[in-house]
Design a protein. Structure first.
Lengths: 364, 348
């Protein structure tokens, strides 16, 4: 496949591994922001190819993992209503809420549909005028434009039986929050390539300048990731702190302007709690007041559901790079993908699940 | 973020059956090992082979059953009738049996079109006839509208195993080659694209096929086969993990050796699926001693269902719990584990 095979080429990867080793003179902590990158690193074993001095910290960029418990509980409350068809991306279905998960209530008879594209939920609404169809919009700036388009069209068609439960989040504020944390270990970022394909990377310029650390916008294939690491280490070793774009075949500095405009029309920027990380200012996207009629939180009166998250799992420390998944005492024992204590064990992009799937026998 | 709340919910235990209990992954394994097998436990069942091998008056008989609930009923490359015959024939073939007789039980939903039913039973008959087996008994039930999904089919089958043939997981030896007959994941992806009405431009057809003829050719050519397994639900990875556990061995396979059709690979990339966990209906692995590798491959490649045959790995060592590892294209080895249930499409 063009644009894939060449970025999975073992010979190119090997050359980059040697190049990285030849420029590394001291220990460095680099965080890959996106869960897709974490998945790829563990799947291909990229971290095992690197010099020991380079420590990869798996960042908070898994949308499933950081969606707050409160919103899972809201989703469950809505999905259980008999008049509702609840549409969600597939990997949200296994995320545990306070008492159930979506797969569990589906087994009890709730009408929950996995959609591959958010637009499918609009067709479902048109096919079922007697039902209330709800789309669960989660994820970063990558999936937010599709949710925005959905809301925009629902308003244009004046659809009465369609609404959205929106819990989108923004990447730059969480990067800033991590850097401001007293526990911060991160010395350089691999920026999330797909997020930047929408948002561009101008938002990162002040971040790199203020915190004096390199940010390299990076893709998802092994060669992309190694190239991103190489550029990041090179900057660190040379004492530079710039924003560089490794993922030039996809990402432009200004990003996708029509998508950004649509998001501005439909969403307000709000404060939002992140699972495992607590409340982060200006890190969320919510429907504007103009879209109240299509806001599922209003329609089903679940806005007042607030859930205190129990202090059980240590995913917050994993997401900040303070511990590796296998250093958690519950890892692989009380906490497994079948019975996750926390969301990082649920999604295939979650650091704990990736370690469990690919590394378990090295740790137990 | 200095006052971090480190948090997460309590674990969930399922008190009802969820779809993942039938998905060929870890939840299904827990259901079988925790609820079903302990109740029925006996030496024949406990061999955990694709068919039970029983001895009746000195004859070795393979005996198996399977139920088919595929949706949609008609898909590119086959239909539920063809699947119901091939699936049971393949389970028999994996023990080295020559299939002889099948049963056919139909559970039909009220309102189901007679023309569709006719197409399905004719497809069953055609597939059985090509394999040289007879469908000799059956049963028909009708359930209320809304209580079924068009039609469910159960087939059982028996076959006979030649005296000198002994193919089972217990025969797998360190050093054995692991050989695969065809490319991976075509059935699962063809059915999913059809079921979910995903409008990709593609030409993916299910690999649904009767493997018993090919297996008989291998046996007649005198290939020394230690074990075979067809790679249905859960795909290549789940089949090998299960077998490694039963055989208590460590298998290693090589990523670059695994054949996957380009359209299938593209669909998997878009949906975030790993083709080695996707269902097949005409793919199987064969364990042979290293020195039989070329012999086995040459016989396979002469057959239409074995033209892409290749050696994908080997049995590395004895291992108390059984383990499967994958040598990645980057040259790193990683463990492959059972998924919880079916793969769920990833968000992005």
């Amino acid at each position: 496949m063009k644009y894939l095979a060449e970025y999975r080429d073992p010979a190119t990867a090997k050359k980059l591994v040697s190049a990285i080793a030849s420029i590394t003179t001291q220990p460095w902590n680099i965080m890959e922001v996106c869960g897709g990158q974490t998945h790829s690193i563990i799947k291909y074993g990229i971290d095992q190819l690197l010099p020991e001095a380079i420590n990869l910290i798996h960042g908070p960029g898994c949308p499933v993992c950081v969606t707050p418990l409160e919103y899972i509980d809201k989703a469950l409350a809505i999905a259980q209503l008999p008049e509702v068809i609840f549409c969600s991306f597939g990997d949200m279905l296994r995320v545990p809420g306070s008492h159930h998960d979506l797969l569990g209530i589906k087994a009890q008879g709730a009408d929950i549909r996995i959609v591959y594209s958010p637009m499918e939920s609009l067709s479902i609404a048109q096919q079922h005028p007697d039902k209330q169809v709800v789309f669960f919009g989660v994820g970063f700036e990558t999936t937010a434009p599709a949710t925005a388009l959905l809301a925009y069209q629902a308003k244009q068609f004046a659809l009465k039986n369609f609404s959205l439960l929106v819990c989108h989040v923004r990447v730059p504020p969480v990067m800033e929050a991590l850097l401001n944390s007293p526990n911060n270990q991160v010395q350089g970022f691999l920026g999330a390539g797909h997020v930047c394909s929408i948002m561009g990377y101008h938002e990162y310029l002040p971040l790199a300048a203020h915190f004096k650390l390199p940010i390299v916008i990076t893709g998802f294939e092994p060669v992309d990731i190694l190239q991103g690491i190489y550029l990041c280490i090179k900057q660190l070793e040379e004492g530079r702190f710039e924003v560089e774009n490794e993922y030039r075949r996809v990402v432009k500095e200004q990003g996708n302007l029509p998508a950004q405009q649509l998001m501005q029309t439909v969403f307000d920027i709000v404060d939002r709690p992140w699972r495992g990380l607590g409340n982060i200012a200006a890190s969320g996207l919510a429907l504007t007041a103009e879209y109240n009629d299509w806001n599922a939180e209003q329609r089903f009166s679940v806005a007042n559901i607030t859930t205190q998250e129990p202090a059980e799992c240590r995913s917050g420390e994993v997401l900040q790079g303070i511990i590796k998944p296998a250093q958690c005492p519950e890892f692989g024992t009380r906490c497994t993908p079948e019975h996750p204590l926390g969301a990082t064990m649920v999604s295939s992009e979650g650091a704990c699940a990736a370690y469990f799937r690919y590394r378990r026998y090295q740790h137990v | 973020m200095s006052d971090l709340e480190l948090n997460c919910p309590l674990p969930l235990q399922y008190e009802q059956i969820v779809m993942a209990h039938g998905g060929g992954g870890r939840l299904m394994q827990q259901l079988l090992e925790g609820i079903i097998q302990p109740v029925f436990s006996n030496p024949i069942l406990n061999q955990k082979h694709d068919s039970a091998v029983v001895n009746i008056n000195g004859s070795k008989i393979a005996f198996t059953t399977d139920s088919y609930v595929v949706k949609p009923l008609f898909f590119p490359g086959g239909d539920i009738g063809k699947l119901a015959v091939c699936g049971t024939l393949n389970d028999l073939a994996m023990s080295g049996a020559k299939p002889l007789y099948l049963t056919c039980s139909l559970i039909i939903e009220e309102g189901f079109a007679i023309t569709d039913l006719k197409r399905i039973v004719e497809s069953m008959q055609q597939t059985a006839a090509q394999a040289g087996v007879l469908i000799v008994t059956g049963d028909t039930k009708v359930v209320d509208n809304g209580k079924g999904d068009g039609v469910f089919i159960n087939t059982a089958g028996i076959g006979i195993i030649a005296d000198n043939i002994d193919i089972n997981p217990g025969n797998i030896r360190v050093g054995d080659s692991i050989i695969l007959n065809s490319d991976l994941a075509r059935h699962g992806i063809a059915v999913m694209l059809e079921r979910e009405c995903l409008n990709f431009e593609h030409s993916i057809e299910s690999d649904c096929a009767d493997l018993s003829g090919l297996v008989q050719e291998l046996l007649q050519a005198g290939v020394e086969i230690h074990c075979m397994r067809d790679l249905t639900r859960g795909g290549l990875a789940s089949g090998l993990i299960e077998l490694a556990g039963t055989a208590r061995q460590h298998f290693e396979i090589t990523e670059i050796s695994l054949p996957v059709n380009q359209d299938v690979n593209s669909a998997c990339e878009i949906l975030g699926f790993d083709p080695i966990y996707i269902a097949n209906e005409g793919a199987f692995v064969i364990f042979v001693p290293e020195h039989e590798t070329e012999h086995c491959l040459s016989i396979l490649r002469q057959h239409p269902l074995g033209q892409q045959a290749c050696r994908i790995g080997h049995v590395k060592s004895i291992h108390a719990r059984g383990m499967l590892t994958l040598q990645t294209a980057m040259g790193v080895s990683r463990v492959l584990d059972l998924l919880s249930g079916e793969q769920l499409p990833r968000i992005c």
